[in-house]
Design a protein around this ligand. Structure first.
Ligand code: EPU
Length: 415
């Protein structure tokens, strides 16, 4: 499961760049299958989920190369068929193949997807969207099946703001006949970026970044070249790591407005944040102040920032209340942090964190992507060497976070 020794007592310093967005990568790869010619995706992060997805596309008949952050996907040889279940189960985003294959072939069969263990992960809104477009849906023998003679545009109201359902419905609707409206859509920059790519392929998508997205169906899509936006979650993790260790880091290659929520919260803890055009300098406080945090869909405080943020609050002065409204089991890192002396009391969807002066080094295990990264950050400020297990989870969403932290003065050794 991958482990690393993390030396405690470091202060991060220097300069580091953010990678391309994981969310855009994992939706852009399947989206490329909608084209009738090659699609080139640049700034693709080298994540294990990205590599698995490339393999899934190859097995479906597409030609895929991925090197130096650039992927070329030629979907000309794509055939209808069942995506390899053993690979599909390794990642959540494989369910985007439902929208894509439904749009291309009028049918799709995909195993129920995998992903982090962070509480129930229903897909009812995805299926509701497909049905509104005219598809029949069923779940049989652990596979999701969708089928449609023809897809027609429709108005779809999402009961919850869902990144995945917004993407999946967009992917299915771009080739449907007529106009589709998604109401209560996800407003994140990842949706805007995916729509930019699809529009460069000839799609007609309007209103992304607002809660109402309109998609005017087109007959076919062509190849394009797309450069992916920087990853907010990785950038936020590096900002928190800097503040946590009382460091001073220039984080480059980011879009600062996408990080407004974390910037505001870190400032509340006492960090100094200087914003430039495409970079931010973070200067950590000598000891962070306690703050309250509530996770919300974008532009609110994002759930993926919650684990590293609540980890930092374990050493804050005072008591913080962190409320997780998106994933009900996303506090597992805090249970693990009690081994390092953290004081956290979980009550339903909130956790009360009473800050301690110093975390003690310990052997801990991360059970999901953000949890593993957060435990690594905790190791950086502990009073000795910690052993963090579950690092392979981290590789699903961060491109060698350990090496990035080492380039800033950390001492992390993977076993
Ligand atoms: N939801 C439903 N029904 C649905 C879909 C979602 O009730 O059909 C609920 C979920 O249970 C959750 C909320 O809606 O409470 C938001 O879920 P969403 O669909 O937005 O999540 P997702 O698409 O499955 C993606 C990211 C997650 C990230 C969430 C933030 C990928 C592969 N995953 O998941 O990333 O936390 O959006 O909304 O894009 C991570 O990177 O650490 C991670 C878990």
């Amino acid at each position: 499961m991958g482990s690393a020794f993390v030396r405690g007592g470091v202060r991060l310093g220097g300069e580091v760049s953010a990678n391309g967005s994981k969310y855009v990568a994992l939706s852009a790869l399947p989206a490329a299958l909608l084209a009738n010619g090659p699609v080139i995706i640049e700034n693709l992060p080298d994540l294990s989920d990205v590599r698995v997805f490339c393999e899934i596309l190859r097995k479906l008949g597409a030609t895929v190369t991925f090197e130096g952050g650039i992927a070329t996907i030629d979907p000309t040889g794509l055939k209808p068929g069942i995506a390899d279940p053993s690979l599909v189960k390794k990642l959540r985003a494989s369910y985007y193949l439902l929208g894509v294959l439904l749009a291309r072939f009028g049918e799709a069969e995909v195993a129920l997807p995998g992903g982090d263990d962070i509480g129930p992960r229903p897909i009812d809104q995805h299926l509701k969207g497909f049905r509104a477009l005219g598809a029949e849906t069923s779940i049989e023998h652990g596979n999701i099946k969708v089928y449609a003679e023809k897809l027609n545009g429709a108005s779809i109201y999402l009961d919850v703001v869902s990144l995945g359902a917004t993407v999946n419905i967009m992917l299915a609707a771009v080739l449907a006949e007529g106009q589709t409206t998604i109401v209560n859509a996800d407003r994140g920059p990842w949706i805007i970026d995916l729509a930019n790519m699809l529009n460069a392929m000839g799609a007609r998508i309007f209103g992304t970044g607002t809660e109402t997205i309109r998609i005017q169906g087109v007959k076919e899509l062509h190849g394009c070249r797309h450069y992916i936006i920087p990853d907010q979650s990785e950038a936020a993790t590096l900002m928190i790591a800097t503040a946590f260790t009382g460091g001073n880091v220039l984080l480059k290659n980011i879009i600062p407005t996408h990080l407004d929520a974390i910037t505001a919260k870190l400032r509340e803890t006492g960090a100094v944040i200087v914003i430039h055009e495409d970079s931010v300098r973070v200067i950590g406080p000598s000891r962070p102040s306690a703050v309250n945090v509530k996770t919300l869909p974008y532009p609110g405080f994002f759930t993926d920032f919650q684990a590293p943020m609540s980890t930092m609050l374990t050493v804050a002065e005072g008591t913080s209340i962190v409320t997780e409204t998106i994933w009900e089991e996303r506090f597992k890192h805090l249970e693990e942090l009690t081994k390092m002396g953290a004081k956290a009391r979980i009550e339903g969807r909130s956790v009360f964190i009473e800050g301690v002066r110093q975390l003690s080094c310990a052997e801990v295990t991360g059970t999901d992507l953000r949890a593993s990264a957060s435990l690594m950050l905790a190791g950086l400020v502990a009073d000795g060497d910690s052993l963090v297990h579950g690092i392979d989870h981290m590789d699903r969403g961060y491109e060698r976070l350990d090496l990035k932290l080492n380039s800033l003065g950390a001492d992390i050794k993977r076993l």
